[in-house]
Design a protein around this ligand. Sequence first.
Ligand code: SAH
Ligand code: SF4
Length: 337
Amino acid sequence: MDLVKLKSVLQGEPKFRYKQVWQAMFRDFISTWQENTTLPITLREKLDEEVPLDIDAQMFGSKDNDTIKALITLEDKNKIETVLLTHIDGRHTVCVSSQVGCPLACEFCATGKLGFKRNLTAGEIVDQILFFNRHLLKTKGKDHKTNNVVFMGMGEPFLNYDNVMEAVRIINDKDGLNIGARHISISTSGIIDGINKFAKEDLQVNLAISLHAANDKLRAKLMPIDKKYPLGKMLRAVKNYVEKTDRQVMFEYLMIDGVNDTDKDVKDLIAIMDQPLYMVNLIRYNPTGGSFQPSTNEKIKKFKNALLRAGVKATQRYSMGDDIDAACGQLSARNAK
Ligand code: SAH
Ligand code: SF4
């Protein structure tokens, strides 16, 4: 959806039209303007022609159907992936992409292997959630819609800061998707400028940091961005964020066998998890084709217990959708062929 064009088409229309249009998009989840009978026919036709609502997507469901991946073809034919996760309690999380590809080339990430094409617009980000809300409405009825949004799909959200924030405001807006800020999370690889700006936003949106290694030597090998934003400086920005907002920060830590899961690694990690509002989320590495292997469950348990014993809050993320390459780090639009 092209929000800029939408605004220009609605220019000159009476104020209440905006309300009708937003209601149609974000409450009724219409997929063509013709479905909205409150609008005059001429306006409907104009909107359908200039700001079409349809989203071109192919869906892939996991075996147990708790995960659905959508491969979306954008207007310029670029492709992105977005994932719907349905939890045991029936709530729905959508994992959105913020860029086509990603410029940061992390060693373990399938998206990173694609390189970078372009930033997504706010409309293209919001569309990913609209797509699944329309799907949920059709298949499960009006009690089902997206409850949580995580910016953990393709791309680095803080390298597309303004569009991501514009999308966040629509997602959060009472007249928009009306999803509480506490149910929105942004994950960054540690872009300091973004963390600093984010600290100044008047928003309760959650911040997650992709850490994956607790010393620069290893982190720079896994995540080239560490050379530009080394750990010490990055953590100072995070500490400043916590002081300003008093909000918890989640550090994501992939568990890769023999690479970052040794006794020394856990020691280094304990040393830098020195704030009460820090917590570690351990994620078993999802294979993406290289030489890395996931840590064994036993090792992950040991690692987690060492953290807990040292007084560091730690949880393990349960991975969904790996059979359809929809799990964290596996998004590569490779079905695009
Ligand atoms: N670019 C942002 C957000 C997208 S990545 C970031 O890096 O934070 C979302 C999460 O998936 C990050 O924590 C990322 O490190 C993780 N991830 C990447 N590759 C993965 C893999 N192969 N297995 C499991 N998680 C992975
Ligand atoms: Fe980009 Fe995040 Fe993947 Fe790194 S992990 S390449 S920052 S999407």
